[in-house]
Design a protein around this ligand. Sequence first.
Ligand SMILES: N[C@@H](CCC(=O)N[C@@H](CS)C(=O)NCC(=O)O)C(=O)O
Length: 217
Amino acid sequence: MPLKIYKLDASPPARAVMMLAELLKLKHEAVDVNLMTGDHLTPEYLKKNPQHTVPLLEDGDFYVADSHAINTYLASKYGGAQSAQLYPTDLQVRATIDSRLYFDISAIAGNSGAIVSALLRGDITSPTKEQTDKLNSAYEILDKFLQKTKYVAADHLTVADISLAASLSSASLLVPIDEKYSKLTAWFNTIQQEDWYKKANGPGLEAYKAFVQSKLK
Ligand SMILES: N[C@@H](CCC(=O)N[C@@H](CS)C(=O)NCC(=O)O)C(=O)O
């Protein structure tokens, strides 16, 4: 049975999974889930994913939600020779990668998601100072990580770079990355040259941008 990835192109975490799938040239079926029309709230989808989120991975009769969990699973199970770099088995390297993934959830994806939700509710028309400060502190921390290693968790690309690239490409449309974060800027420029980034993040990011810009004043 082919792998199925349930996704929405505009969704940053869905793009993280699509980028890894592209990088690994994973044979899979991509299934669009339209959150606007409630595809994620149907009884069939809720049975597969009670969290009603995208992305969701289906691998035979196994389902896993959350882009970070999906990507560590995909890299470990289907990464082939690339597994050793993308999600190594060395416990300390792996713990560093996991730590960056959790940092993404709380500090980048979490904070930018809160801004988008507030924009959607009409509570704000642009990020507040507090929201801007939170993202800027996260950028500063990422810049510090990148003063130690070439990529966010090691001197080579890992799944943490992929998740953070998806989240940052979206967050930076809300709060741009100041060039004073020179390591972060250089890392992001390198990632943006990658074929898998262009193919699997580019079109969805444009859709996200159009959506966000329609709400920003
Ligand atoms: N931490 C999750 C976040 C997933 C998430 O919240 N996805 C949003 C789209 S960006 C969603 O599906 N929202 C619909 C809902 O929560 O009902 C991940 O990394 O996959």
